[in-house]
Design a protein around this ligand. Structure first.
Ligand code: ZN
Length: 124
């Protein structure tokens, strides 16, 4: 399960994948609903919020103000080098278009784990 993102030209930017629980307070991944460091627990509804719901299209990605707790999040695996300037428009695998601002706020903001080891591999 995951969502691919592309430039308008069709070049692959990267892929978002749901990875499970993450504590925004401690900025660590959790094995379960409870953060092993601060003890905060996931209180949301899996089907209406968090990365899995976002992937399934049920929920909007989290906003900054809601992030200080344990949530389900995604990773983002870069295919394109993010240090290169991103273009003004990005399209996901479902045909939805994002401005770079929307991409950062709606996609990357919910991906605390970013993976840079696959850059240039043109994976899918
Ligand atoms: Zn924590």
């Amino acid at each position: 399960m995951g969502t691919n993102f592309y430039l308008r030209s069709g070049q692959h930017i990267g892929k978002r994948s749901a990875i499970g629980y993450y504590c925004w307070n401690c900025r660590i991944q959790c094995n379960g609903e409870k953060c092993p460091n601060c003890g905060k627990t996931f209180k949301g509804n899996v089907m209406t919020e968090g990365a899995v719901a976002v992937e399934l299209g049920f929920a909007k990605p989290n906003t900054q103000s809601e992030r200080n707790v344990v949530r389900r999040v995604s990773s983002f695996t870069w295919d394109m080098d993010p240090k290169l300037q991103l273009p003004s428009a990005i399209v996901d695998g479902y045909g939805k278009t994002y401005s770079i601002k929307e991409f950062k706020e709606q996609v990357l903001a919910n991906c605390p784990i970013q993976i840079f080891t696959e850059i240039g591999r043109n994976f899918t």
